[in-house]
Design a protein around this ligand. Structure first.
Ligand code: ZN
Ligand code: ZN
Ligand code: ZN
Length: 468
Protein backbone atom coordinates (compact mmCIF):
# COMPACT_ATOMS: atom_id res chain seq x y z
CA UNK A 1 0.00 0.00 0.00
CA UNK A 2 1.06 3.58 -0.60
CA UNK A 3 1.69 5.55 2.57
CA UNK A 4 3.56 8.53 4.01
CA UNK A 5 6.09 8.55 6.86
CA UNK A 6 7.81 11.27 8.89
CA UNK A 7 10.46 9.80 11.19
CA UNK A 8 12.31 12.81 12.59
CA UNK A 9 10.43 15.01 15.04
CA UNK A 10 10.56 15.84 18.73
CA UNK A 11 8.57 15.60 21.94
CA UNK A 12 7.89 18.29 24.54
CA UNK A 13 11.04 17.07 26.33
CA UNK A 14 13.26 18.63 23.67
CA UNK A 15 14.43 22.20 24.00
CA UNK A 16 12.51 24.90 22.13
CA UNK A 17 9.50 22.71 21.42
CA UNK A 18 5.80 23.28 21.91
CA UNK A 19 4.28 22.13 25.24
CA UNK A 20 1.55 20.23 23.41
CA UNK A 21 4.02 18.15 21.42
CA UNK A 22 2.61 14.92 22.86
CA UNK A 23 1.40 11.64 21.36
CA UNK A 24 -2.24 12.71 21.23
CA UNK A 25 -1.51 15.92 19.30
CA UNK A 26 0.86 14.09 16.98
CA UNK A 27 -1.84 11.52 16.30
CA UNK A 28 -4.38 14.24 15.50
CA UNK A 29 -2.03 16.23 13.30
CA UNK A 30 -0.92 13.10 11.44
CA UNK A 31 -4.56 12.68 10.40
CA UNK A 32 -4.90 16.33 9.42
CA UNK A 33 -1.74 16.15 7.30
CA UNK A 34 -2.39 12.64 5.94
CA UNK A 35 0.72 10.87 7.34
CA UNK A 36 0.41 7.19 8.27
CA UNK A 37 3.69 6.61 10.11
CA UNK A 38 5.24 9.15 12.46
CA UNK A 39 8.34 8.99 14.61
CA UNK A 40 7.95 9.20 18.36
CA UNK A 41 11.10 11.33 18.60
CA UNK A 42 13.22 11.52 21.74
CA UNK A 43 13.23 7.83 22.72
CA UNK A 44 16.42 8.44 24.70
CA UNK A 45 14.58 10.61 27.24
CA UNK A 46 13.73 8.60 30.41
CA UNK A 47 10.32 10.25 30.99
CA UNK A 48 9.33 10.12 27.35
CA UNK A 49 10.22 6.43 26.99
CA UNK A 50 8.12 5.77 30.08
CA UNK A 51 5.18 7.59 28.51
CA UNK A 52 5.69 5.76 25.21
CA UNK A 53 5.59 2.39 26.97
CA UNK A 54 2.47 3.38 28.85
CA UNK A 55 0.50 4.77 25.93
CA UNK A 56 1.64 2.73 22.93
CA UNK A 57 1.00 -0.90 22.06
CA UNK A 58 2.82 -3.02 19.52
CA UNK A 59 1.11 -3.33 16.16
CA UNK A 60 3.07 -6.56 15.64
CA UNK A 61 5.08 -5.13 12.74
CA UNK A 62 7.82 -3.16 14.47
CA UNK A 63 5.48 -0.14 14.65
CA UNK A 64 3.15 0.99 17.44
CA UNK A 65 -0.39 2.23 17.91
CA UNK A 66 -1.83 4.61 20.47
CA UNK A 67 -3.82 2.50 23.00
CA UNK A 68 -6.50 5.14 23.46
CA UNK A 69 -6.55 7.60 20.59
CA UNK A 70 -8.17 10.96 21.37
CA UNK A 71 -11.82 11.08 20.26
CA UNK A 72 -12.03 14.82 19.73
CA UNK A 73 -9.92 16.71 17.24
CA UNK A 74 -7.85 19.52 18.72
CA UNK A 75 -8.98 21.98 16.05
CA UNK A 76 -12.68 22.70 16.55
CA UNK A 77 -15.02 21.21 13.91
CA UNK A 78 -12.27 19.74 11.77
CA UNK A 79 -13.17 16.49 10.01
CA UNK A 80 -10.45 14.27 8.60
CA UNK A 81 -10.35 11.13 6.54
CA UNK A 82 -10.07 7.95 8.57
CA UNK A 83 -6.44 6.89 8.78
CA UNK A 84 -4.65 4.23 10.81
CA UNK A 85 -1.75 6.02 12.51
CA UNK A 86 1.41 4.12 13.43
CA UNK A 87 4.34 5.29 15.54
CA UNK A 88 7.98 4.38 14.85
CA UNK A 89 10.40 4.52 17.79
CA UNK A 90 12.88 7.25 16.90
CA UNK A 91 15.33 9.69 18.48
CA UNK A 92 17.96 12.26 17.56
CA UNK A 93 21.42 12.51 19.08
CA UNK A 94 23.67 15.54 18.91
CA UNK A 95 27.28 14.31 18.87
CA UNK A 96 29.89 16.90 19.80
CA UNK A 97 33.48 15.68 19.64
CA UNK A 98 36.92 16.40 18.28
CA UNK A 99 38.23 14.49 15.29
CA UNK A 100 41.23 15.40 13.18
CA UNK A 101 41.95 18.63 15.08
CA UNK A 102 38.47 19.93 14.40
CA UNK A 103 35.41 20.08 16.64
CA UNK A 104 32.63 18.08 14.99
CA UNK A 105 28.96 18.52 15.68
CA UNK A 106 26.76 15.97 13.95
CA UNK A 107 23.11 15.13 14.41
CA UNK A 108 21.91 11.57 13.84
CA UNK A 109 18.45 9.99 13.72
CA UNK A 110 18.08 6.61 15.43
CA UNK A 111 15.25 4.15 14.85
CA UNK A 112 14.44 0.81 16.47
CA UNK A 113 11.67 -1.81 16.12
CA UNK A 114 11.05 -2.54 19.83
CA UNK A 115 11.38 -1.16 23.36
CA UNK A 116 13.93 -3.81 24.29
CA UNK A 117 16.41 -2.48 21.71
CA UNK A 118 15.68 1.10 22.72
CA UNK A 119 16.41 0.30 26.36
CA UNK A 120 19.71 -1.36 25.48
CA UNK A 121 20.73 1.71 23.48
CA UNK A 122 19.64 4.03 26.30
CA UNK A 123 21.54 2.13 29.00
CA UNK A 124 24.72 2.37 26.94
CA UNK A 125 24.28 6.05 26.02
CA UNK A 126 23.41 6.98 29.59
CA UNK A 127 26.97 6.06 30.58
CA UNK A 128 28.26 8.64 28.13
CA UNK A 129 26.02 11.61 28.94
CA UNK A 130 22.89 12.71 30.73
CA UNK A 131 19.94 11.53 28.67
CA UNK A 132 17.47 13.35 30.92
CA UNK A 133 18.95 16.75 30.13
CA UNK A 134 17.20 17.12 26.78
CA UNK A 135 14.94 15.14 24.44
CA UNK A 136 17.72 15.50 21.93
CA UNK A 137 20.76 14.86 24.14
CA UNK A 138 24.24 16.20 23.43
CA UNK A 139 26.78 13.41 23.79
CA UNK A 140 30.55 13.49 23.61
CA UNK A 141 30.92 10.56 21.26
CA UNK A 142 31.61 10.42 17.57
CA UNK A 143 28.95 9.59 15.00
CA UNK A 144 30.99 6.51 14.14
CA UNK A 145 31.00 5.28 17.74
CA UNK A 146 27.30 6.05 18.08
CA UNK A 147 26.66 3.93 15.00
CA UNK A 148 28.71 1.10 16.51
CA UNK A 149 26.60 1.19 19.68
CA UNK A 150 23.38 1.09 17.65
CA UNK A 151 24.57 -1.80 15.48
CA UNK A 152 25.65 -3.83 18.52
CA UNK A 153 22.18 -3.65 20.06
CA UNK A 154 20.15 -4.97 17.13
CA UNK A 155 20.64 -5.59 13.44
CA UNK A 156 17.26 -3.91 12.93
CA UNK A 157 18.22 -0.65 14.63
CA UNK A 158 19.51 2.01 12.26
CA UNK A 159 21.31 5.34 12.22
CA UNK A 160 20.53 7.95 9.57
CA UNK A 161 22.60 11.16 9.44
CA UNK A 162 20.21 14.07 10.03
CA UNK A 163 19.83 17.23 7.88
CA UNK A 164 23.27 16.48 6.40
CA UNK A 165 24.01 19.96 5.06
CA UNK A 166 23.17 22.40 7.86
CA UNK A 167 26.30 24.40 8.68
CA UNK A 168 26.60 23.92 12.46
CA UNK A 169 25.22 20.49 13.29
CA UNK A 170 25.54 17.99 10.49
CA UNK A 171 27.71 15.35 8.86
CA UNK A 172 28.57 17.38 5.75
CA UNK A 173 27.98 20.89 7.16
CA UNK A 174 30.39 23.74 6.44
CA UNK A 175 31.22 24.57 10.07
CA UNK A 176 31.50 21.27 11.93
CA UNK A 177 31.06 18.50 9.41
CA UNK A 178 33.16 16.32 7.12
CA UNK A 179 33.78 16.38 3.37
CA UNK A 180 32.36 12.89 2.92
CA UNK A 181 30.15 10.32 4.64
CA UNK A 182 33.08 7.85 4.61
CA UNK A 183 35.38 10.27 6.44
CA UNK A 184 32.80 10.45 9.22
CA UNK A 185 31.82 6.79 9.60
CA UNK A 186 35.12 5.23 8.44
CA UNK A 187 35.12 1.42 8.81
CA UNK A 188 31.35 1.37 9.47
CA UNK A 189 30.34 3.47 6.45
CA UNK A 190 28.68 0.51 4.71
CA UNK A 191 25.99 0.54 7.43
CA UNK A 192 24.81 3.98 6.36
CA UNK A 193 22.17 3.54 3.65
CA UNK A 194 20.03 6.66 3.90
CA UNK A 195 20.67 10.38 4.40
CA UNK A 196 18.24 13.07 5.51
CA UNK A 197 18.57 15.99 3.08
CA UNK A 198 17.08 18.54 5.52
CA UNK A 199 14.78 21.47 4.82
CA UNK A 200 17.44 23.61 3.13
CA UNK A 201 18.32 21.10 0.41
CA UNK A 202 16.30 18.97 -1.98
CA UNK A 203 17.29 15.70 -3.69
CA UNK A 204 18.22 17.51 -6.92
CA UNK A 205 20.91 19.49 -5.09
CA UNK A 206 22.28 16.24 -3.66
CA UNK A 207 22.36 14.69 -7.15
CA UNK A 208 25.31 16.97 -7.92
CA UNK A 209 27.55 14.70 -5.81
CA UNK A 210 28.27 11.32 -7.40
CA UNK A 211 29.51 10.11 -4.00
CA UNK A 212 25.92 10.30 -2.69
CA UNK A 213 24.39 8.26 -5.52
CA UNK A 214 24.33 5.08 -3.49
CA UNK A 215 22.34 6.55 -0.60
CA UNK A 216 18.57 6.79 -0.33
CA UNK A 217 17.66 10.43 0.25
CA UNK A 218 14.92 10.87 2.82
CA UNK A 219 13.11 13.90 4.22
CA UNK A 220 11.34 14.56 7.50
CA UNK A 221 9.73 17.50 9.22
CA UNK A 222 12.07 17.80 12.26
CA UNK A 223 8.90 19.24 13.81
CA UNK A 224 9.17 21.19 17.06
CA UNK A 225 5.39 21.64 17.22
CA UNK A 226 2.64 19.26 16.04
CA UNK A 227 1.43 21.68 13.35
CA UNK A 228 4.84 21.43 11.65
CA UNK A 229 4.47 17.69 11.11
CA UNK A 230 4.97 16.68 7.47
CA UNK A 231 6.80 19.81 6.35
CA UNK A 232 8.68 17.12 4.45
CA UNK A 233 7.84 13.41 4.31
CA UNK A 234 8.71 10.06 2.74
CA UNK A 235 6.46 8.04 0.46
CA UNK A 236 6.44 4.26 0.44
CA UNK A 237 4.68 1.49 -1.38
CA UNK A 238 5.33 -1.55 0.82
CA UNK A 239 3.60 -3.61 3.44
CA UNK A 240 2.92 -1.51 6.52
CA UNK A 241 5.82 -2.62 8.72
CA UNK A 242 9.01 -1.26 10.24
CA UNK A 243 11.02 -3.98 8.53
CA UNK A 244 9.54 -3.32 5.08
CA UNK A 245 10.09 0.42 5.46
CA UNK A 246 13.79 0.10 6.20
CA UNK A 247 14.25 -2.66 3.64
CA UNK A 248 12.79 -0.22 1.09
CA UNK A 249 15.27 2.47 2.17
CA UNK A 250 18.15 -0.02 1.88
CA UNK A 251 17.17 -1.35 -1.54
CA UNK A 252 15.35 1.72 -2.95
CA UNK A 253 12.58 -0.75 -3.90
CA UNK A 254 9.19 0.27 -2.56
CA UNK A 255 10.46 3.79 -1.76
CA UNK A 256 8.60 6.30 -3.91
CA UNK A 257 10.50 9.44 -2.95
CA UNK A 258 9.78 12.50 -0.86
CA UNK A 259 7.61 15.53 -0.41
CA UNK A 260 9.98 18.48 -0.15
CA UNK A 261 10.02 21.96 1.27
CA UNK A 262 11.25 24.40 -1.36
CA UNK A 263 14.90 24.40 -0.21
CA UNK A 264 15.00 28.20 -0.32
CA UNK A 265 12.51 28.18 2.56
CA UNK A 266 14.99 26.43 4.83
CA UNK A 267 16.91 28.38 7.48
CA UNK A 268 20.34 27.79 5.96
CA UNK A 269 19.88 27.82 2.20
CA UNK A 270 21.89 30.97 1.35
CA UNK A 271 25.04 32.43 2.93
CA UNK A 272 24.90 35.37 5.28
CA UNK A 273 24.68 36.97 8.68
CA UNK A 274 21.32 37.24 10.33
CA UNK A 275 22.30 40.06 12.69
CA UNK A 276 23.86 42.06 9.87
CA UNK A 277 20.87 41.42 7.53
CA UNK A 278 23.34 40.19 4.96
CA UNK A 279 22.13 37.44 2.63
CA UNK A 280 24.35 36.37 -0.26
CA UNK A 281 24.43 33.91 -3.15
CA UNK A 282 27.50 31.63 -3.10
CA UNK A 283 29.21 33.57 -5.94
CA UNK A 284 28.73 36.85 -4.05
CA UNK A 285 30.22 35.39 -0.85
CA UNK A 286 33.27 34.24 -2.81
CA UNK A 287 33.81 37.79 -4.03
CA UNK A 288 33.98 38.83 -0.35
CA UNK A 289 36.23 35.83 0.49
CA UNK A 290 33.37 34.47 2.61
CA UNK A 291 33.74 37.44 4.98
CA UNK A 292 30.70 39.51 5.94
CA UNK A 293 30.95 42.90 4.23
CA UNK A 294 29.31 44.52 7.26
CA UNK A 295 30.93 43.07 10.40
CA UNK A 296 34.03 41.56 8.72
CA UNK A 297 33.55 38.21 10.44
CA UNK A 298 33.30 34.87 8.56
CA UNK A 299 29.90 34.36 6.95
CA UNK A 300 27.67 31.43 7.82
CA UNK A 301 28.04 29.42 4.66
CA UNK A 302 24.69 28.01 3.66
CA UNK A 303 23.69 24.72 2.15
CA UNK A 304 23.64 25.90 -1.48
CA UNK A 305 27.27 27.03 -1.22
CA UNK A 306 28.40 23.94 0.67
CA UNK A 307 26.79 21.60 -1.89
CA UNK A 308 28.53 23.51 -4.71
CA UNK A 309 31.84 23.20 -2.93
CA UNK A 310 31.63 19.41 -2.60
CA UNK A 311 29.82 18.79 -5.92
CA UNK A 312 31.59 16.99 -8.74
CA UNK A 313 28.83 17.49 -11.31
CA UNK A 314 27.84 20.63 -13.18
CA UNK A 315 24.19 19.64 -13.20
CA UNK A 316 22.13 17.34 -11.00
CA UNK A 317 22.01 13.80 -12.34
CA UNK A 318 19.33 11.54 -10.90
CA UNK A 319 20.97 8.25 -9.90
CA UNK A 320 19.54 5.12 -11.49
CA UNK A 321 16.88 3.50 -9.37
CA UNK A 322 16.36 6.63 -7.28
CA UNK A 323 12.82 7.88 -6.96
CA UNK A 324 11.99 11.52 -7.46
CA UNK A 325 10.30 14.11 -5.27
CA UNK A 326 7.55 16.69 -5.25
CA UNK A 327 7.49 20.10 -3.63
CA UNK A 328 4.92 21.11 -1.07
CA UNK A 329 4.06 24.36 0.69
CA UNK A 330 2.27 23.95 4.05
CA UNK A 331 -1.42 24.74 3.54
CA UNK A 332 -1.52 27.38 6.35
CA UNK A 333 1.18 29.31 4.45
CA UNK A 334 -0.86 29.16 1.25
CA UNK A 335 -3.95 30.45 3.07
CA UNK A 336 -1.85 33.07 4.89
CA UNK A 337 -0.74 34.50 1.57
CA UNK A 338 -4.38 34.99 0.54
CA UNK A 339 -5.29 36.44 3.94
CA UNK A 340 -2.28 38.74 4.01
CA UNK A 341 -1.47 37.45 7.48
CA UNK A 342 0.89 35.04 9.22
CA UNK A 343 -0.06 31.35 8.94
CA UNK A 344 -0.98 31.11 12.63
CA UNK A 345 -3.85 33.62 12.77
CA UNK A 346 -7.45 32.74 13.58
CA UNK A 347 -8.64 33.63 10.08
CA UNK A 348 -6.16 31.21 8.56
CA UNK A 349 -7.02 28.50 11.07
CA UNK A 350 -10.76 28.73 10.37
CA UNK A 351 -10.22 28.53 6.64
CA UNK A 352 -7.72 25.69 7.11
CA UNK A 353 -10.36 23.76 9.06
CA UNK A 354 -12.89 24.19 6.24
CA UNK A 355 -10.44 23.10 3.55
CA UNK A 356 -9.23 20.02 5.46
CA UNK A 357 -12.83 19.04 6.24
CA UNK A 358 -13.65 19.32 2.51
CA UNK A 359 -10.73 17.25 1.23
CA UNK A 360 -9.92 14.87 4.10
CA UNK A 361 -6.30 15.83 4.69
CA UNK A 362 -3.57 18.20 3.53
CA UNK A 363 -1.40 15.79 1.53
CA UNK A 364 -4.37 14.60 -0.54
CA UNK A 365 -5.19 18.20 -1.41
CA UNK A 366 -1.64 19.23 -2.28
CA UNK A 367 -0.87 16.48 -4.79
CA UNK A 368 -3.63 13.92 -5.28
CA UNK A 369 -7.01 15.56 -5.76
CA UNK A 370 -7.60 16.72 -9.37
CA UNK A 371 -7.64 20.44 -10.13
CA UNK A 372 -11.26 20.36 -11.34
CA UNK A 373 -12.41 18.76 -8.09
CA UNK A 374 -10.62 21.40 -6.01
CA UNK A 375 -12.18 24.10 -8.16
CA UNK A 376 -15.71 22.72 -7.85
CA UNK A 377 -15.52 22.03 -4.11
CA UNK A 378 -13.46 24.96 -2.87
CA UNK A 379 -13.38 27.58 -5.60
CA UNK A 380 -11.04 28.99 -8.17
CA UNK A 381 -8.53 30.73 -5.91
CA UNK A 382 -7.48 27.60 -4.01
CA UNK A 383 -7.44 25.58 -7.23
CA UNK A 384 -5.17 28.16 -8.87
CA UNK A 385 -2.78 28.17 -5.89
CA UNK A 386 -2.54 24.36 -5.95
CA UNK A 387 -2.08 24.35 -9.71
CA UNK A 388 0.83 26.75 -9.39
CA UNK A 389 2.39 24.72 -6.59
CA UNK A 390 2.16 21.55 -8.67
CA UNK A 391 3.75 23.33 -11.64
CA UNK A 392 6.39 25.08 -9.51
CA UNK A 393 5.16 28.49 -10.62
CA UNK A 394 6.17 30.05 -7.31
CA UNK A 395 8.55 32.70 -5.99
CA UNK A 396 11.01 31.40 -3.40
CA UNK A 397 13.14 33.76 -1.34
CA UNK A 398 16.15 32.16 0.29
CA UNK A 399 16.62 31.75 4.05
CA UNK A 400 20.07 32.31 5.62
CA UNK A 401 21.99 32.03 8.92
CA UNK A 402 19.03 30.65 10.88
CA UNK A 403 16.38 32.83 9.28
CA UNK A 404 13.67 30.96 7.36
CA UNK A 405 13.14 31.85 3.72
CA UNK A 406 9.69 32.23 2.18
CA UNK A 407 7.78 31.10 -0.86
CA UNK A 408 4.98 33.13 -2.34
CA UNK A 409 2.68 31.78 -5.00
CA UNK A 410 1.39 35.08 -6.30
CA UNK A 411 3.19 38.22 -7.38
CA UNK A 412 2.48 41.47 -5.51
CA UNK A 413 -0.94 42.81 -6.44
CA UNK A 414 -1.83 39.68 -8.34
CA UNK A 415 -4.30 38.28 -5.83
CA UNK A 416 -6.32 41.50 -5.98
CA UNK A 417 -6.21 41.32 -9.74
CA UNK A 418 -7.45 37.71 -9.83
CA UNK A 419 -10.14 38.56 -7.31
CA UNK A 420 -11.21 41.42 -9.57
CA UNK A 421 -11.60 39.00 -12.46
CA UNK A 422 -13.36 36.21 -10.59
CA UNK A 423 -16.69 36.28 -8.92
CA UNK A 424 -15.69 36.52 -5.28
CA UNK A 425 -19.29 36.02 -4.35
CA UNK A 426 -19.13 32.67 -6.10
CA UNK A 427 -18.82 30.90 -2.80
CA UNK A 428 -15.31 29.44 -2.87
CA UNK A 429 -13.68 28.91 0.56
CA UNK A 430 -10.80 31.33 -0.03
CA UNK A 431 -13.13 33.75 -1.82
CA UNK A 432 -15.35 33.87 1.28
CA UNK A 433 -12.39 34.49 3.55
CA UNK A 434 -11.13 37.32 1.34
CA UNK A 435 -14.63 38.77 1.12
CA UNK A 436 -15.16 38.83 4.87
CA UNK A 437 -11.66 40.22 5.45
CA UNK A 438 -12.27 43.04 3.00
CA UNK A 439 -15.61 43.83 4.67
CA UNK A 440 -13.85 44.30 7.96
CA UNK A 441 -11.40 46.79 6.47
CA UNK A 442 -12.32 50.41 5.94
CA UNK A 443 -14.63 51.08 3.02
CA UNK A 444 -14.67 47.42 2.06
CA UNK A 445 -11.41 47.93 0.20
CA UNK A 446 -9.53 44.74 -0.34
CA UNK A 447 -6.70 44.55 2.15
CA UNK A 448 -3.13 45.09 1.18
CA UNK A 449 -1.23 41.84 1.31
CA UNK A 450 2.35 41.52 2.39
CA UNK A 451 4.48 41.88 -0.68
CA UNK A 452 6.32 38.90 -2.01
CA UNK A 453 9.72 39.41 -3.44
CA UNK A 454 9.38 38.71 -7.09
CA UNK A 455 12.16 36.26 -7.49
CA UNK A 456 11.70 33.42 -9.87
CA UNK A 457 12.88 29.84 -9.50
CA UNK A 458 16.37 29.01 -10.55
CA UNK A 459 16.81 28.88 -14.31
CA UNK A 460 16.92 25.46 -15.87
CA UNK A 461 14.74 24.15 -13.13
CA UNK A 462 15.86 20.58 -13.56
CA UNK A 463 13.80 19.54 -10.61
CA UNK A 464 10.54 20.25 -12.44
CA UNK A 465 10.00 16.64 -13.35
CA UNK A 466 7.02 14.39 -13.33
CA UNK A 467 8.05 11.94 -10.73
CA UNK A 468 5.41 9.53 -9.58
ZN1 ZN B 1 19.06 18.17 14.39
ZN1 ZN C 1 15.63 17.34 15.19
ZN1 ZN D 1 28.10 40.19 9.64
Amino acid sequence: MKFFADFHLHSYHSRATSKNLNLESLYQWAKIKGIHVIGTGDFTHPLWIQELEEKLESAGNGLFRLKSPPKEQNLPNIKTKDLDIFFCLSAEISSVYKYGEKVRKNHSILVAPDFETVKKINIHLNQIGNLASDGRPILGLSSRDLLEIVLEKSEDAHLIPAHIWTPWFSTLGSKAGYDSIEECFRDLSEHIFALETGLSSDPAMNWKLSSLDKYTLISNSDAHSPQKLGREANIFDTEMSYYDIFKALKTKKGFLGTYEFFPEEGKYHMDGHRNCSICLEPQESLKFNNICPKCKKPLTIGVLHRVEKLADREKPQKPQGSPGFKYIIPLPEIIGEFAGTAPNTKTVQQTFTKIISTFGNEFDLLHTIPYEEIKSKAGELLAEAIRRLRNHEVNPKGGYDGKYGAVSIFNPGEINQIIGQTNIFGGGIIEKMVQSKSKTTKGGKVIQRKSAKNQSLKPGNEHQMKLF
